[in-house]
Design a protein around this ligand. Sequence first.
Ligand SMILES: [Ca+2]
Ligand SMILES: [Ca+2]
Ligand SMILES: [Ca+2]
Ligand SMILES: [Ca+2]
Length: 403
Amino acid sequence: MSPRSRCSERGVALVTAIFTITVLVGVSALYLSLSWDGRESERRAEAAVRARLGADEAIALAVAELKSGVDSGGDGLGTITFSGDDDRELSAAATALGGNLFRIHGEGVVPRARSAADVLAEVIPSDPLTATLRAAITAEGPVSTLGNISVDGRDWSANGTTLVGPGTFGISSRGAISNGGSSTVGGNGRPPARPAPIGANEPLATWRDLTDNDGDFTIDEEAFDGIDNDGDGRIDEDTNDYPDTPDIMFKLPNGTLKDIAIARGTYFSTQTAYESYRAANGGILPGGQIYFLDFSLWQPANLGADMNAPSSIVVHHNSTANALMKNVHGNFRGIILADFVQHINGDFFVAGGFMSFGDKSIGNAYGNGNAIVRFSSSALSGLPSSSATQSVRILSWQRAAME
Ligand SMILES: [Ca+2]
Ligand SMILES: [Ca+2]
Ligand SMILES: [Ca+2]
Ligand SMILES: [Ca+2]
């Protein structure tokens, strides 16, 4: 073999080696590039899922605020902002659309991905407590009216300014009713007058409606006492007497209204505590609440410098049913459940009704000044619920485009 041909062979081998190395390097680079791309797209896919779950979680938290009525961050009901140490940024905001409808926009942001969703939600309020009152003033004991008080059982609008129907009695008592001074009483379609027109007062009310309300062929068989007296599995389904307590009147177990008020921060064991609460709310008793005042003498009983909305429930009742509400003034929409009432002052205005639970041997004296008590079925149908949470129905849930 000539030196020339050996040289040529080495050249071929070198070229082959260089080519092989080049191919190997190329294949390796391609492999590395493909596997990098694969991991990156996996990371992006995982991030997209985390962002989407984050947006959904933010919306779920906003819905929880709407349900509970508790604004956890103090930034508005239905507004959520959350930065986790897991690199997630969650946010949601609820916008009221009118009625009970809300639009909730939620976003989830994580490294490599963002996601958003829009939800249309309807808040469904819990069933309100309902009170069937026989009159603007309903009492177990005797009732006397004095001064210039005007008691009107005709049906007024929820704020007591517009007459809407004939309504019910002005005053109903299981005992006697006397209308003294210049007081006037109206009801059942007749305006307040002196003497009270026929149908305005209901003295010696029996609380039996002589109707078989539950269809068991027995009429008025139940004591209104929170107990299933006839053992048919139903409590107070066809009653024959005055309800024993405010709880029983609402068909709740005894102690329920007090427990609700304690849970909602509207229970007061002293008049001082009640007055501090009222002062902190600008002198007005906020609406939509159940207030439980658990002290024996409330004097003067001030229900607010201006009328609350929506309706509230005020219970002034103690364990011996002898709490006294005296020198009542202010403005109120809803129902006042007291043991005894003595003297309603000149500026007092109530739309809704009064009901008292004290022993029938002790009287209630309503009167003084130009106080006005007006029955209002709409004020009584807008009472708060015994349930603290409302339900939320999701009407639509859409992924939103993000930049
Ligand atoms: Ca019956
Ligand atoms: Ca009945
Ligand atoms: Ca029963
Ligand atoms: Ca009963």
